[in-house]
Design a binder for this molecule. Structure first.
Ligand SMILES: [Zn+2]
Length: 331
């Protein structure tokens, strides 16, 4: 049974739509939730450090006023909701939709679901929440005993539009995914195969040479981890880089890799379906952001509560970068 690592008894997470509506019925309920998320032991004034019940203003549920210094503290300060005029309940509903709908949503679907009269507002909310998704997960995967990492690369996208044969704009995406084994006494163990995917990392790489592929592995997989790849020469240097590397001889037969590395192939297949189905093809300059979103969803598919809090920016003292900052850092 998966338990969200940040789960707190005083911050229940809805498991169903009726539960969501009950928990986050109005602005006051959402504000109370934000308050508990930020101050586990009760309000502390960020200005003067006074601990104790603040003044509450009934017409402004998002604001707490210190009894001592009389300064107002906004509950949304430092979160993705900071300085917006959209009701908290709309933000909560948006984040819930985004984390519980596996394939993701278009801004039009979003506008309809949120009941917003203005498309632009729906677009802005979606845009801001996605910033939390496209921030790359930083820590390196693998390295747990009894597990290994599958690594492989694939071509993504790039339809030719009347540019002649042989011309394509395909990008190469490298993947590393943890392969875990279910416990023997698990109820799911009567499946054909007890292997399942742990965390994944995905990156656009410039080509299939050793520099690109080994460079990717070194940036995302813990040193010393056991790694299984096909026998492509681009991975031959992994042992030299300190990994416990095994290469499966494909000999040109893709079925061999399907058999020995089913998990990474499943990830690629899901990724391509998602890119095609939701976003109708993605331009190369935005592909990495979409890979990060896919990674966010995939790695948190058992942890909706963590995903919900990450998106709203209340998962800790994390300052979310803006879209502009993200892309500026890249170029
Ligand atoms: Zn104060």
């Amino acid at each position: 049974m998966a338990i969200d690592v940040l789960e707190r008894g005083d911050l229940p997470f809805p498991r169903s739509l009726p539960e969501f509506q009950r928990l986050f019925a109005d602005e006051a309920a959402c504000a109370a939730y934000l308050e508990r998320a930020r101050w586990i032991n009760g309000f502390v004034c960020p200005r003067c450090g006074t601990f104790g019940e603040p003044y509450r203003i009934s017409t402004r549920p998002g604001v707490l006023r210190c009894r001592k210094c009389r300064c107002d503290t906004s509950l949304t300060a430092g979160t993705v909701m900071e300085r917006t005029h959209t009701p908290l309940s709309v933000w909560f509903w948006a984040a819930y939709l985004l984390t519980s709908q596996t394939p993701g949503m278009s801004a039009v679907q979003f506008q309809r679901q949120l009941g917003l009269p203005c498309y632009e507002t729906a677009f802005q909310i979606l845009h801001k929440l996605r910033v939390g998704m496209v921030r790359p997960d930083q820590d390196r995967i693998g390295g747990t005993s009894g597990e290994h990492v599958d690594a492989d690369e694939t071509y993504v996208g790039g339809r030719t539009r009347g540019e002649g044969r042989g011309v394509h704009h395909k990008s190469i995406v490298a993947a590393a995914v943890e392969v875990r084994h279910r416990q023997r006494d698990s109820a799911l163990n009567n499946r054909r195969n007890s292997r399942y995917a742990g965390r994944v990392r995905l990156a656009v790489v410039s080509d299939r040479c050793a520099d690109a592929l080994c460079g990717f592995i070194k940036s995302v997989v813990a040193p010393g981890a056991r790694i299984i790849t096909d026998d492509w020469s681009g991975y031959a240097g992994l042992t030299k880089h300190g990994y416990d590397h095994a290469a499966v001889a494909e000999r040109g037969d893709p079925l061999v890799a399907e058999e020995f590395m089913p998990i990474v192939h499943l990830v690629f297949s899901n990724l391509k379906t998602w890119l095609r189905g939701i976003h109708h093809g993605v331009s190369p300059q935005h592909l990495q952001a979409y890979l990060n979103e896919f990674t966010f969803r995939f790695n948190r598919r058992f942890y909706p509560f963590n995903a919900f809090r990450s998106l709203l920016g209340i998962a800790g003292n994390v300052t979310a970068p803006t879209y502009a900052e993200l892309y500026a850092a890249k170029s």
